[in-house]
Design a protein around this ligand. Structure first.
Ligand code: NDP
Length: 245
């Protein structure tokens, strides 16, 4: 999908929520969506990082974004309901949501998996996505055309030794994507997933500490698929597992 060319005004008048918008791929996606005309809602854990992205978007002259500081580890159902209400009040509806924030957890033999780590990974990568999606669906259904995008991984489509807890969370994400997509087939809402592929971020460096990062694509290099799924060119695409590279 690297070859897709997004029109400059692809996302004009759209409001799009990005989780994990302060760093890595989420940061690049938020800036790229704003560059193409969207008002982005920057959700993340570290406020300083969100503020830096906010400043960069404003300084570039793109539509003024909004910041939602939220730690997905401790957030409650009520937090998501309140957030959806605020979005409804400010914007009337939500055109797009990119579930991007994730934890890698601990890589290692299945026998040695720590249940504390599993619970944390499942909370951030799966349970938080379920709660947030439940709260967002009513305001996404109000949009003329809405796009919900989940972030998967190579190990969300084929399991791999020593990647147990992260792989399980990404398979769950794919299952969630497919179930919601099937439920809303034929409606104004489409639901898909992206596997970003190996990308130069903090998470990748943690997973592969010996790798030379300069051999990897930067988050900015893989934005074509993200733009494609958020814009109306993908209006008939539903329930698909896309790859960004
Ligand atoms: P990074 O670790 O660079 O960024 C992750 C983002 O998620 C950060 O902004 C982080 O915020 C946020 N986040 C983590 N925990 C929480 C939390 N509890 N609450 C709120 N926000 C949180 O990861 P990438 O950019 O590499 O990954 C983005 C997505 O792409 C993930 O879903 C990942 O699984 C997937 N992916 C990445 C690949 C790669 O090669 N990079 C390959 C395959 C999939 P903060 O900085 O404040 O902690």
């Amino acid at each position: 999908m690297l070859e897709y060319q997004a029109a400059k005004d692809l996302l004009i008048n759209k409001t799009i929520l990005v989780t994990g918008a302060g760093d890595g791929i989420g940061r690049a996606a938020a800036i790229s969506f704003a560059k193409h005309g969207a008002t982005v809602i920057l959700l993340g854990k570290t406020v300083k990082k969100l503020e830096a992205v906010y400043d960069q978007i404003v300084q570039a002259g793109y539509p003024k974004p909004a910041i939602v500081p939220l730690d997905l580890k401790g957030a409650t159902e009520q937090n998501y309901i309140d957030m959806a209400e605020t979005i409804q009040e400010q914007f009337g509806h939500l055109d797009g949501a990119l579930h991007n924030a994730s934890l890698l957890g601990v890589l290692g033999p299945f026998e040695h998996i720590s249940m504390d780590s599993v619970k944390e990974v499942m909370q951030v990568n799966v349970i938080a996505e379920i709660m947030m999606t439940r709260a967002l669906l009513p305001i996404m259904k109000k949009a003329p055309k809405a796009s919900l995008v989940f972030t998967s991984s190579g190990v969300g489509r084929q399991g791999r030794a020593f990647w147990g807890e992260y792989a399980i969370s990404k398979f769950a994400t794919e299952g969630m994507m497919q179930s919601i997509a099937d439920e809303y087939e034929g409606s104004s809402l489409r639901v898909n997933s992206i596997n970003p592929g190996a990308t130069r971020t903090g998470m990748r460096a943690n997973a592969y500490p010996a790798e030379n990062p300069s051999t990897l694509k930067e988050p900015e290099d893989i934005m074509a698929t993200y733009l494609y799924l958020m814009g109306d060119d993908s209006v008939d695409v539903n329930g698909q597992q896309l790859s960004a590279q």
